[in-house]
Design a binder for this molecule. Structure first.
Ligand SMILES: [Zn+2]
Ligand SMILES: [Zn+2]
Length: 408
């Protein structure tokens, strides 16, 4: 008999080796159910519906971890999911739908999740150091766990069967979330709040991956050419603000001039007031502003641009202002079609790349950086769970300063 039982919060977790002898009390515990509220998307574009759901703890898979949600971020990806598509052409009817990507409804949205460990499957209990009650964040970009990309710590790029929470599996607009494997659950340092933790695996991780991507150019310009590195940041919402904080932290010993760019003067004023940028530029997407920009900045072009909006207009603006050997990291998913004069791509040795969330390694690094640099979250707007639809509407209309968070 080798039998370990973990009791906490009246829930039993069982690890059984050898001969199994199940006690009556244990059966009763595993028969326990959690009843919980979830906001469910049943039809694209419609309001989310409130549902009461039921989960028997005995149904929890061996590899799974059950999280009691404490904070869930509301992200532009949720807005795209709500509508059911991404724009990929010049007009709003040129779209690719989520159903074409094999994503079906009904689904609980929400991939920015932090909470408390409530129950742990038997295999997950063996392989992890998770304990009931641990404060954790959930890395939502789960993969098959078996392919080469997953093996290399890049489940967000899984080529076999992604299991993204809030898209392919039920996500964080819910009082409880089932996470498919413990490797996607990261303990939160004491100094990191649930709200902050929820935002880290999406907005902050995406921003961090983009900021990391700049390193070869930053080092070339700063160390080899001995010049100040000009970095443009387009889009000063939640993810853009993360990138500004991370730039200061990751490249604190490098001479960097950050130019914050947005169509909103209020957002520009906000980052200026926080001291996150050295210069700013107010974008007008209906105007050709290349000459205006060059006049304002003494013909200085960008060594790097991170575009957290990524529309036809911002792509044109960014590529028209890149220096030779410049780097454009496209991050936003607002969508559209980008055009570039191909000879200039070659003659300028321009690099244009995309960045989607980040690896498990980057997630670990980000947690260390957030702690060592004492980074706080962006401005947060709170919504109760039942106002999830309003949170999506406000985000779509650009009414959310910083980041929207559902509270529980
Ligand atoms: Zn997100
Ligand atoms: Zn995989």
């Amino acid at each position: 008999m080798d039998f370990k039982v973990f009791f906490s919060h009246s829930i039993a977790h069982v690890q059984i080796r050898g001969i199994i002898r199940v006690e009556q009390k244990l059966i009763m515990e595993l028969e326990k159910e959690v009843l919980y509220k979830a906001c469910v998307l049943t039809s694209h574009g419609d309001d989310l519906t409130d549902e009461t759901r039921r989960l028997k703890l005995s149904e929890l898979g061996a590899d799974e971890v059950l999280i009691r949600t404490k904070a869930a971020g509301v992200c532009h990806t949720d807005v795209h999911f709500w509508h059911g598509n991404y724009q990929v052409g010049k007009t709003k009817d040129q779209v690719v739908s989520f159903s074409e990507r094999g994503i079906s409804l009904p689904r609980v949205p929400g991939h920015e999740i932090a909470g408390e460990v409530y129950a742990v499957g038997t295999q997950a209990m063996k392989e992890s150091r998770l304990t009931i009650g641990d404060r954790v964040l959930v890395y939502p970009w789960a993969g098959c766990g078996k392919c080469a990309l997953c093996e290399a710590g890049n489940p967000h790029m899984c080529s076999v069967s992604g299991q993204d929470l809030g898209l392919i599996r039920d996500g964080g607009f819910s009082e409880f979330v089932r996470v498919p494997n413990h490797r996607y659950v990261f303990k939160l340092p004491d100094v990191v709040s649930y709200e902050m933790g929820a935002l880290l695996p999406c907005g902050a991780l995406t921003a961090y991956s983009a900021v990391k991507k700049l390193r070869p150019v930053v080092e070339e310009i700063a160390q080899v050419q001995k010049l100040e590195v000009t970095v443009g940041v387009i889009g000063l919402g939640g993810v853009g603000q993360w990138s500004l904080k991370l730039l200061q932290c990751v490249y604190k010993d490098k001479p960097i001039r950050v130019i914050g760019i947005d169509i909103s003067q209020a957002k520009i004023d906000h980052v200026l007031k926080q001291g996150l940028v050295q210069s700013t530029f107010l974008l007008d997407v209906d105007k050709e502003q290349t000459d205006e920009f060059l006049a304002k900045f003494d013909n200085q072009r960008f060594h790097c641009v991170m575009d957290f909006v990524n529309t036809t207009e911002t792509f044109r603006f960014a590529t028209s202002l890149l220096s030779s050997s410049g780097l454009l990291v496209c991050v936003g998913l607002h969508g559209g079609l980008g055009e570039i004069q191909l000879p200039f791509l070659v003659l300028g040795c321009i690099t244009i790349t995309g960045m989607y969330t980040g690896s498990l390694t980057s997630m670990k690094e980000l947690l260390d950086i957030v702690t060592s640099c004492s980074l706080g979250p962006p401005t947060i707007t709170h919504y109760p769970l039942h106002e999830a639809t309003k949170a999506l509407q406000d985000l779509e209309k650009g009414k959310v300063m910083g980041r929207g968070i559902l509270t529980f």
